[in-house]
Design a binder for this molecule. Structure first.
Ligand code: UFG
Length: 332
């Protein structure tokens, strides 16, 4: 049974929730993070939730020498690779930085797996690899179109590298839109710069940090003119990683899984749900479309349900309540 799992980006949004789930299910996660878009207080808060000390290394995954020398890799059973630059808009301006960082780190980790005979690898991918899909919902067999951003391209290239690598077991998880926070409100989404994603921005409006939300486009060919996404509670996304390891512990697996709630929700519907469930009004206006946005995407996750034995347990309503609780509690 795999116990010692390296979690790169373990202080980040999905990473920190995954570390909590790994501990809950008896694994020993070890975090690597350079805190470029996270804070070390996340680790203290993970420890509070888990009531356990968590080992961590302050390392940049593209520093090959330090990565090789700082960790006793012979004791590591598996790796979950979250660490990546993830701002879609920034990736247009700093394409090279995104390519170097996201691709190089994956290359270095795959090499470490080979050198130290680490047999299990989970990769944090995104539904962005489907580009603008022709048919919905998307399954893992849906044709991959050109991703709409350089960020998306890096994910697609990394997936390809993993598929053609020598690694014995890998699971690539294509997340849809993770939202919400741990119900303790000790960890959640905490970007160091201005948030790009919808729910943190809604929360900033709700708390008064931002005057109003701009909805990017209301002229899409959807039921209310706003874009449709598949939002899923981050704790459900985190649990998928545990199920991925459980699967690889029992059977050699080299597979890709969609991780979403399998429901398409529009921007306006999400705002309405936030208002209703948290009893607070959001001030918004309609603005121009955002470059790179696709009109509609949601998942079919029956493969993960069947083969990983994973299914989401939490509703969007719960995710929005947890997101708001986190916004009110987090230290800024
Ligand atoms: N949106 C607004 N106003 C905002 C922010 C977002 O209207 O201020 C809209 C977007 O146009 C989009 C929806 O809210 O329709 C969701 O936007 P997010 O930025 O939260 O999420 P995206 O679906 O655009 O991006 C997410 C991840 C990416 C990933 C992508 C895959 O953040 O990492 O899904 O499709 F690449």
């Amino acid at each position: 049974m795999s116990k010692n799992i390296i979690v790169t980006g373990g202080a980040g949004y999905i990473g920190s929730h995954t570390v909590v789930e790994l501990v809950k299910f008896g694994f020993n996660p070890i975090i690597i993070d350079n805190f470029s878009n996270s804070s070390s207080s996340a680790i203290e808060n993970i420890e509070k939730i888990c009531k356990k000390k968590i080992d961590f290394f302050d390392l940049n995954c593209i520093d090959k020498l330090k990565m090789n020398n700082s960790i006793n890799w012979k004791k590591i059973d598996g790796i979950i690779h979250f660490a990546a630059l993830k701002s879609v808009s920034e990736s247009f301006e700093k394409k090279e930085k995104y390519f170097t960082n996201n691709i190089e780190s994956t290359k270095i980790l795959l090499n470490i797996c080979e050198v130290y005979n680490i047999k299990k690898f989970v990769f944090s991918s995104s539904c962005t690899v489907y580009g603008n899909p022709n048919n919905l919902p998307v399954t893992e067999k849906t044709e991959l179109k050109k991703p709409s951003s350089p960020y998306g391209e890096t994910k697609k290239i990394c997936e390809e590298m993993i598929k053609t690598s020598q690694i014995k077991n890998f699971i690539i998880l294509r997340y849809f839109n993770p939202i919400g926070a741990h119900e303790s409100a000790l960890i959640g989404e905490h970007p160091l710069n201005i948030p790009n994603n919808l729910v943190p921005l809604i929360c900033e409006c709700a708390i008064g940090k931002r005057e109003k939300l701009t909805i990017y486009g209301n002229d899409y060919p959807t039921r209310d003119g706003t874009c449709i996404r598949d939002y899923i509670h981050v704790c459900d996304v985190a649990q998928a990683h545990v199920y991925a390891f459980k699967k690889m512990n029992t059977k050699t697996t080299r597979k890709i899984f969609n991780i979403g709630l399998s429901k398409g929700i529009s921007v306006l519907e999400l705002i309405n749900l936030f208002e209703k469930n948290n009893n607070i009004k959001i001030n918004y206006e309609f603005g121009k479309r955002r470059e790179g946005d696709i009109e509609e995407i949601f998942a079919n996750c029956s493969l993960a349900e069947k083969e990983l034995n994973w299914s989401p347990k939490k509703t969007i309503q719960k995710a929005l309540i947890d997101a708001w609780r986190w916004e009110q509690k987090k230290l800024n």
